[in-house]
Structure formats: C-alpha cells, structure tokens
Design a protein around this ligand. Structure first.
Ligand code: ADP
Length: 160
C-alpha cells in the first residue's frame, strides 16, 4: 500500500491544497493530510476546526486527516510512512521547500519528499491571502471549498 503524508498548516484548506490531494490520490493508495500544530503560533482556525474542514472537503475514504506536533520526519516514522508530499506554486516556494526537503533528508535519509504542482487556476492561492481577503470582506468563494467559505464568513462576522 503506497501512502503519502501531506503536511501543512491548512489554516484554512484552500482549493490549491485540494487540487494537490486529488492529484496525489492518482499516485498513492492513501493520503494522510497532517495538520501541523505549532504552539507558538495563533492560527485563525483551531486544530479541530482545521481537521473538520479537511474531512468535510475530502470525503474520499482514502484520505485520512490527522495532526502532529514537532518534527515531521518523526511523525512520519511513527506512522510508518516514507513519502512526504508538498505542493509547489511558484518559484517563490522553491527555495524554502528545497531547504526543507534537504533538511528532512538529512534528518531521515529513508524519507523522500515528492513535489506536485497545483492546477493553474490555484497557483496564486495561499491560506494567508485567503484569510486576508476574507477579513476585509472580499469574496473568496471561488478559492476555497464551500465548508471553508461558510466558516470564514462566520469567523469574520464575529470579529469586530
Ligand atoms: P505550510 O504552513 O507548511 O506552508 P500550507 O498549509 O501553507 O503549509 O501548505 C501546505 C503545502 O501545500 C505546502 O507545500 C504549500 O507549498 C502547498 N500549497 C499551499 N497552497 C498551495 C497551492 N495553491 N498550490 C499548490 N500547493 C500549495
């Protein structure tokens, strides 16, 4: 069984992430979408909210949603998975992803990072941009799954 871990903040999940997950299901039997929990950062959506939004947007039984803290390679080892999946948008992603992949290979030589490109409709979409636009009342409906859109509206409706 070929399994890949797709790690990220997913704060929140966007159509760019979804495009990667759907493509990965064509290559792997199972994809574990792993929400990175960083106690030093205050996310817009809690860990549980982020996981629930991913579950609602990915009903495919081959997608598992989980969360982890600390080193990704240690998490991958505990899950018995040796493929990490990352998405590439533009050249700007490359340098950071290149560093990360090399660092992870140094830490855990048996674990490979696989890169996939998103659909051309979503290459400019990031969670951060989606949060910013939504916070000012901009329409992000075309950029995120329907559950995420509703949750963003609810979040920012509550904020002053
Ligand atoms: P992180 O906080 O670890 O960068 P993100 O949740 O922003 O996590 O993204 C997780 C992964 O998905 C990263 O590899 C990121 O480059 C990739 N990604 C994010 N948005 C897109 C997109 N629109 N198209 C392709 N890949 C994307």
């Amino acid at each position: 069984m070929r399994t890949a871990i797709y790690p990220g903040s997913f704060d929140p999940l966007t159509n760019g992430h979804l495009s990667i997950i759907h493509r990965a299901l064509g290559m792997f039997d199972r994809v574990i979408v792993a929400v990175a929990v960083n106690p030093k950062k205050v996310p817009l959506f809690t860990e549980e909210e982020r996981k629930e939004l991913i579950r609602q947007s990915c009903p495919d039984p081959r997608v598992e949603v989980d969360a982890f803290q600390g080193l990704l390679v240690e998490y991958a080892k505990t899950r018995g998975v040796n493929v990490l999946l990352r998405g590439l948008r533009a050249v700007s992603d490359f340098e950071y992803e290149f560093q990360l992949a090399n660092m992870n290979r140094k830490l855990a030589p048996g674990i490979e990072t696989v890169f996939m490109m998103t659909g051309e409709d979503y290459f400019y979409v990031s969670s951060q941009l989606v949060r910013e636009v939504a916070s000012f009342g901009g329409d992000v409906q075309a950029l995120v799954p329907p559950h995420v859109f509703q949750s963003l509206k609810a979040k920012y409706a509550k904020k002053p």
